[in-house]
Design a protein around this ligand. Sequence first.
Ligand SMILES: [Zn+2]
Length: 220
Amino acid sequence: MDKEQIEVLGNNHIATSIQTPLRPDAFDTSDNEKIKNIETYFGHIMQELGLDLTDDSLSGTPYRVAKMYVKELFYGLNPANKPKLSTFENKYKYGKMLVEQNITIDSACEHHFLPIVGHAHVAYIPNDRVIGLSKINRLVDYYAHRPQVQERLSLQILKDLQYALKTEDVIVMVVAKHLCVSSRGIKDKNSLTTTVEYGGCFELDQKRQEFLDIVTKISI
Ligand SMILES: [Zn+2]
């Protein structure tokens, strides 16, 4: 890809697949090895920028960044960290909509490695299975903590919940601010990006509207 294509792809926030593109050997190295290697590489970046790494304030930065990447910001790349989506029998036969809203999104754009911050609103209509509420938050958190594209993030959450709950009746809405749009490029400080992905009964306008009425009107 030439430099112009690289810019075009980044500015249009285009993703190439629903799966995060990972190398087959992505987790052959341990977290500690990754931190050690990234520390070296990030030190090179700082050095190339002209920073003096012998300065007390800067000397620990390569390690801090490396640890933050592996253990915090991008912990969701490693499938070993994926929350187990245990479900339970729907004993009380709850059959209407369950909405989990205002789930914090702390992610990063895969084109610029700048923050994506916002909220996810997720709903499903139980069939035979129900899921612990915090599991939905944990799943959102897991997929958010990898370099992302907002459309893919929404789809990854949707597909996993549909699979775990054995129903297509799931909807995922993400509303987020992209710092790569507000701090660079067009530098639009106020714009937000909304993605809505759904299946099953949420294909019906009325069901979708019921969900939107809840998430747009209720705030605590
Ligand atoms: Zn970006």
